[in-house]
Ligand binder design. Structure first.
Ligand code: ADP
Ligand code: MG
Length: 173
């Protein structure tokens, strides 16, 4: 896994390049060792980028034993790990109002004070419905088995977390 650091202007942003699904799983494992309840993590990337693979490995690291699959049809899955994990996939969501119907805002509003971890695939389908603060993981397919994963904090709340994560990922690899 290669890590590149993006200079001064975005010091709460860093990119890791992985060369296989296993490397992406390894990276998600490192994130899982740091991430805790009260975090909203949004995964951006095209179909096949590796969002669900990342979530699976992250969930395993957080102690989830059952199957972890993308909640494409019912929009949300809940897993029992060291904390509850709420996994949303907005890919098939058609109307903004459906978010209200599935109780989305109950998980994202005041998420920082909650006892769960919120993970959202396809946040970019309804950008105006996303919380003010979240950790973004943007996955870009740069080769057949190569992916660039860029971590950043949107808003300010997770700035410190992303900085710490950068240091941890750097050490852990
Ligand atoms: P998404 O949820 O973004 O649509 P998935 O995680 O379901 O994507 O699928 C990603 C696919 O890409 C998997 O089949 C995985 O094996 C493959 N793949 C190949 N190289 C990588 C890599 N470096 N990182 C993640 N996935 C990869
Ligand atoms: Mg997916």
């Amino acid at each position: 896994m290669a890590i590149s650091f993006i200079g001064e202007k975005a010091n709460n942003m860093f990119t890791c390049t992985t060369h296989s699904p296993e490397e992406t799983e390894g990276l998600a494992e490192l994130v899982g060792k740091r991430i805790r309840e009260g975090t909203v993590l949004c995964l951006v990337g095209d179909l096949g980028a590796g969002k669900t693979l990342f979530v699976k490995s992250l969930a395993r690291t957080l102690g989830v034993e059952g199957s972890v699959t993308s909640p494409t049809f019912n929009l949300m899955h809940v897993y029992d790990g060291i904390c509850p994990i709420y996994h949303f996939d907005l890919y098939r969501l058609k109307r903004e109002e459906e978010l209200d119907e599935i109780g989305f805002y109950e998980y994202t509003e005041n998420a920082q004070d909650s006892e769960g971890l919120v993970i959202i695939e396809w946040p970019d389908k309804f950008p105006s419905c996303m919380p003010k603060d979240y950790v973004e993981v943007r996955i870009v397919q740069t080769g057949e088995t190569e992916r660039a994963l860029t971590f950043s904090s949107v808003g300010t709340y997770y700035d410190k977390f992303v900085k710490e994560l950068e240091a941890f990922v750097h050490l852990g690899h």
